[in-house]
Design a binder for this molecule. Structure first.
Ligand code: FE
Length: 238
């Protein structure tokens, strides 16, 4: 080969190898920005479970074994009678953080507070189960404090094909001016976002909380050293 042509060929090969290395940079995925968890209702693709790619893997909670699992059939579709009233919306409050991770348990090792296993169904007002509904929860810890810099006690799950969802968390504490509550956003695939809050039965502060709504009180029972909570959502379909 002509030495000049050979030099040009080798230089081209070297540049090609360098470009290949750059595109294989192992840090490229780690620096990708997180994608939206709750997107405007006009974006049906926001429901895709892959939207949380890049979020940390859920960490199994140490306390999971302390709570017996509620029977999926004990609170089945018989709980819905058509026409069902839509779950009331309630204020979002100042502490919502988008892009929460998908995880079945918000409980972390060493976290204080009474364990709460919350489950239920998502229905439309004609009692059709809503499969793959997004349920995004966030709440204060047992001392009434929110994590506003990270995702402690923040996370989302999806309902299954029967409309059933389940998430493990703790009973939140009160904070000044508010009774105990768990914030939630619920969205059918491609549907509007319902923003609301869930309340604990029998809490004295419920009666003095100026946005408390008795229609948003969970049914709760003690189970072992924790609590089992149930709440069925009725939302607008897509
Ligand atoms: Fe709050």
């Amino acid at each position: 080969m002509n030495p000049r042509i050979r030099f040009v060929w080798l230089a081209g090969l070297a540049l090609g190898l360098l470009a290949g290395c750059a595109s294989a940079d192992p840090t490229a995925l780690a620096t990708a920005p997180p994608t939206a968890t709750i997107a405007p209702a006009a974006s049906p693709t926001s429901q895709a479970p892959t939207q949380t790619a890049g979020q940390p893997s859920p960490t199994p909670a140490e306390s999971t074994a302390t709570l017996p699992q509620p029977s999926p059939t004990s609170d089945s579709a018989a709980a819905c009678a058509a026409p069902a009233s839509l779950t009331p919306a309630l204020t979002e409050g100042p502490y919502f953080t988008p892009n929460s991770p998908e995880k079945a348990s918000l409980v972390e090792p060493g976290m204080s507070g009474t364990r709460l296993l919350l489950s239920g169904y998502v229905f439309t007002s004609d009692c059709r189960p809503v499969a793959n509904a997004l349920l995004d929860f966030w709440q204060a810890d047992a001392q009434g404090r929110y994590d506003n810099s990270g995702y402690t006690l923040r996370g989302h799950v999806f309902s299954d094909e029967t409309g059933r969802y389940q998430i493990e968390t703790i009973v939140p504490g009160e904070y000044p001016g508010r009774t105990e509550h768990i914030h939630v956003k619920v969205q059918a695939p491609g549907g509007p976002v319902l923003t609301s809050q869930l309340f604990i039965p029998g809490v004295a502060q419920n009666q003095s909380d100026n946005i408390f709504d008795p229609a948003l009180v969970m049914s709760m029972e003690t189970s072992g050293d924790g609590m089992i909570g149930r709440f069925n959502f009725v939302i607008s379909g897509n």
